[in-house]
Structure formats: structure tokens, C-alpha cells
Design a protein around this ligand. Structure first.
Ligand code: CTP
Ligand code: CA
Length: 226
């Protein structure tokens, strides 16, 4: 073999990874978004590729270079991401939903720039589609992994998301902790699994978090196939 690639339990597996924030348009010059930078999702895409997986990275707008050897699909809104993921869901073995999808979008998208007025302005918002929830409903043999960004009651909220979204794992992080969450190069996560167990990882670089997570996923897939 040339290069550094080694075969593993992810060799040839089709993995969809979502990363970054979504952008929800208000008018031609403004949008709603969040602090996601895409670092965690891009690290998972890179690590999965190194472990021999066939990776599709569906990414919101971020400032990162696309990882080598990965098929990258750029999207903007939650609606775009929903379609990009669902279109590819049937062929996927593993879906990892790292993206920080906006929960709300403006009810009206103006086709002209809103002019400022005297006094305040009210924006009416409506819910976006919950992509992971839909993936959980339509799940066949795919292994489904969600993320949970929390600021309190991390375990309780993560376990609730695991059940509600029919995911196989939820990777939870407390975004208020130093060394975790948005924009950092490290993360502090706990992986909650459907069987009630949890794997708590210490603070480490996001690329290492990615490798641990993918090892857990590989174990899960192996267990399923025995
Ligand atoms: N998610 C999604 N589609 C949405 C919102 C969230 O697919 N419209 C996914 C995220 O990609 C993540 C998981 O659901 O994998 C949990 O996201 P999070 O924002 O932590 O949870 P929510 O269910 O949106 O609940 P809340 O924001 O109220 O905590
Ligand atoms: Ca949310």
C-alpha cells in the first residue's frame, strides 16, 4: 500500500456526515445562523476517509478547506440540507449529523432589502424540518448518530434526543465548558448509546474525538453483523 491509509471496519462503508451551521435567509443581505464552524464534522469526515470509508460531507457555509478524498456537497439552509441528506439516505450505511441545523427560519423571506425604520422590528419565525428526526423515522439498516450541543442537563437532554430521534448514538457536549463546543480545536464529549451505556471522553483534539467516535461506530456495526 502507498500512503498512510489502513483498512479497517469502515473500509468501503458509505458514510454521510453533515457539518457546519445552516443559514436561513431574511432578505437578500441578511440571514439567521449560529456559531458552528464545521471543525468537528470536517474532522469526522477526514478520519472516516482515513479509515477507508466512502464519505459524503454535506456542509453548511464554513471557512474550512474540503478534506481530501471526500465528496463534498455545499448547502445553505436547513431545507437544502434536508434534501441533500434524504436524497442519499437509502444507500448510506452510516449517517453522522454533526451539523448545527437552525431550528427556526423567517416565515417570510423578503426579495428586497428591508429598510430600517423608526422603532423596533419583529421577525416571525417558523420551525425548520428536523432532519435527524426524519432519518430516525425512515431508518432501515443505517446506523444513525446525532450530536447534542447543550449548556445544562447534558445527560438528560442527550438521552431524550437519543430516544425521540431513534438514533443509535448521541454525541453530547457541553458548549459552555472551556475546551468544548464551537470554534475550538478540542472537544469534550460523551457518547450515549441506545443500550443505555455511555463512553465519556476527556478533552482531546477534535480529530481524536472523531477517531474514537468512528471506532465506537465500527464496533457497533460489527456487533450488528454477528
Ligand atoms: N438536527 C437536525 N435537524 C434540525 C435540528 C437538529 O437534524 N432541524 C440534528 C442535529 O444535527 C443534531 C441533533 O439533531 O445531530 C440534535 O440537535 P440539537 O440542536 O442539539 O437538538 P434539537 O433537537 O434541535 O433540540 P434543542 O435545540 O431544543 O436542544
Ligand atoms: Ca437545535
Amino acid at each position: 500500500f502507498a500512503g498512510t491509509e489502513k483498512t479497517s471496519d469502515l473500509a468501503g462503508k458509505k458514510v454521510i456526515i453533515t457539518a457546519g451551521p445552516t443559514r436561513e435567509k431574511i432578505d437578500p443581505v441578511r440571514y439567521l445562523t449560529n456559531h458552528s464552524t464545521g471543525k468537528m464534522g470536517y474532522a469526522i469526515a477526514e478520519a472516516a476517509r482515513q479509515m477507508g470509508a466512502n464519505v459524503v460531507l454535506i456542509t453548511g457555509p464554513v471557512a474550512l478547506a474540503p478534506p481530501q478524498g471526500v465528496q463534498t456537497v455545499a448547502v445553505e439552509s436547513a431545507e437544502d440540507m434536508y434534501r441533500a441528506v434524504l436524497d442519499r439516505y437509502d444507500e448510506a450505511d452510516i449517517v453522522i449529523k454533526t451539523a448545527a441545523v437552525a431550528d427556526y427560519k423567517p416565515k417570510t423571506v423578503y426579495d428586497h432589502k428591508l429598510k430600517k425604520q423608526i422603532g423596533g422590528q419583529t421577525l416571525e419565525l417558523e420551525r425548520t424540518k428536523d432532519i435527524l428526526l426524519e432519518l430516525g423515522k425512515q431508518k432501515k439498516n443505517q446506523l444513525l448518530v446525532g450530536f447534542a450541543a447543550e449548556t445544562e442537563n447534558v445527560e438528560e437532554y442527550a438521552r431524550r434526543k437519543l430516544q425521540k430521534k431513534n438514533a443509535d448514538m448521541i454525541v453530547a457536549n457541553n458548549v459552555k465548558l472551556e475546551g468544548a463546543g464551537f470554534g475550538t480545536d478540542t472537544n469534550i464529549v460523551t457518547i450515549f448509546k441506545q443500550d443505555g451505556s455511555a463512553v465519556k471522553l476527556p478533552m482531546m483534539p477534535k480529530i481524536e474525538v472523531a477517531r474514537y467516535l468512528l471506532e465506537e461506530i465500527a464496533k457497533e456495526i460489527k456487533r450488528d453483523r454477528i
